[in-house]
Design a protein around this ligand. Structure first.
Ligand SMILES: [Zn+2]
Length: 154
């Protein structure tokens, strides 16, 4: 574990295990420490790991690195009761997203003061991704207080 980077990352329950510095930016290999996940269908708490799924998730820049990515293992569990595989949920990002909530919120704040074309260029993102962040963050704000945003919303 790299304590300083974990501290700088500031995501509760997430530790930075290692990192790589690339020309494009910084990749942090992160690890969560939950050993179980709750089946979204029947609510059973499961510990039986089905598969590992590694994803790169864009996050807020750390220090002077323009682009920061988290390499996250979104584990798939297989429910012992209903037999269906499911992926674990993370507090810091939505399902099937390629960016963290905090990063999406910061991009949306930039869009408010500029426009999607400029923000996309500055961040090295496609305009489609920037628009998906705008939709995601507004849906999340609308649903604040009664749970998570609708899954599958894009
Ligand atoms: Zn189940």
């Amino acid at each position: 574990m790299v304590p300083l980077l974990s501290e700088l990352l500031g995501l509760p329950g997430i530790d930075v295990e290692s990192y790589s510095v690339l020309e494009a930016g910084l990749i942090l290999d992160v690890e969560t420490h939950t050993e179980s996940a709750c089946c979204p269908r029947c609510g059973t708490v499961n510990r039986h790991l089905h598969q590992n799924h590694w994803h790169l998730v864009r996050h807020l820049p750390i220090s002077h690195y323009r682009q920061t990515w988290l390499c996250v293992n979104r584990r798939q569990f297989k429910c012992a009761v209903c037999g269906k595989p499911f992926s674990e949920d993370f507090d810091f990002m939505g399902a099937r997203r390629s960016y963290s909530d905090r990063y999406a919120e910061s991009v949306v704040r930039q869009v408010i003061h500029s426009d999607t074309v400029n923000v996309a260029r500055q961040q090295g993102l496609s305009e489609d991704i920037v628009w998906s962040m705008v939709e995601y963050v507004s849906a999340k704000k609308l649903h604040r207080g009664n749970g998570t945003p609708p899954s599958g919303h894009r």
